[in-house]
Design a protein around this ligand. Structure first.
Ligand SMILES: CC(C)(COP(=O)(O)OP(=O)(O)OC[C@H]1O[C@@H](n2cnc3c(N)ncnc32)[C@H](O)[C@@H]1OP(=O)(O)O)[C@@H](O)C(=O)NCCC(=O)NCCS
Length: 157
């Protein structure tokens, strides 16, 4: 049986986090396995994700045990937040990660950031950024276009 609605994975993650932080490692390990078998989500026992965490669809979610994320992280299915060369990402508050996206390595993702579906993030993203593509490029900061996209706002330049 698979429950791909993310609510079950969120609840199991919170129960696992409680067990992990309160000296119940066997229960935490069992809940970790339950999340994989029920929701096809792999969320490390030590993953430190703040309040307001929402998983829209749990299938294919993979989050490293050493990841830190702030409040209101929202992720779609097939999102990976993982290690590269033993370094893991740190995420700010109010981050949205679209379906199929991967964030790897010791990158810092700012607050109020949107990462488009199927993006690959291997560099830091500033506060307010919208990042798209492989590798991800910042196309907006605080809703204003940046980079090559900015030319669309000033076609005479
Ligand atoms: C990234 C995303 C969140 C953007 O949301 P938004 O509120 O429109 O973001 P912003 O207004 O800050 O930025 C929009 C800009 O990013 C561009 N953009 C968004 N997604 C893009 C993509 N995948 N590739 C290239 N450019 C993209 C838009 O074209 C736009 O730029 P433009 O105005 O110059 O054309 C959204 O496009 C996305 O990818 N959502 C994922 C949804 C998802 O995973 N759904 C699964 C449901 S099961």
């Amino acid at each position: 049986m698979c429950v791909s609605d993310g609510t079950a994975a969120q609840v199991i993650y919170r129960a696992m986090q409680y067990c992990h932080l309160n000296g119940h490692p066997i229960a935490a390990a069992l809940l970790n396995g339950l999340n994989f078998h029920l929701g096809h989500a792999v969320i490390g026992r030590g993953a430190d994700i703040g309040p307001g965490f929402v998983i829209l669809h749990s299938s294919g979610v993979c989050i490293n045990s050493r990841v830190h994320a702030g409040e209101n992280l929202v992720i779609e299915h097939n999102v990976t937040i993982g290690a590269e060369q033993d370094q893991v990402p740190v995420l700010g508050d109010n981050v949205f990660i679209g379906a199929g996206s991967t964030i790897v390595g010791g990158v810092r993702i700012g607050s109020n950031v949107k990462i488009a579906a199927n993006s690959l993030v291997m560099k830091d993203l500033p506060d307010g950024a919208t990042a798209v593509g492989v590798p991800a490029q910042v196309v907006r900061v605080d809703r204003g276009r940046v980079g090559p996209q900015a030319a669309k706002d000033n076609p005479s330049n």
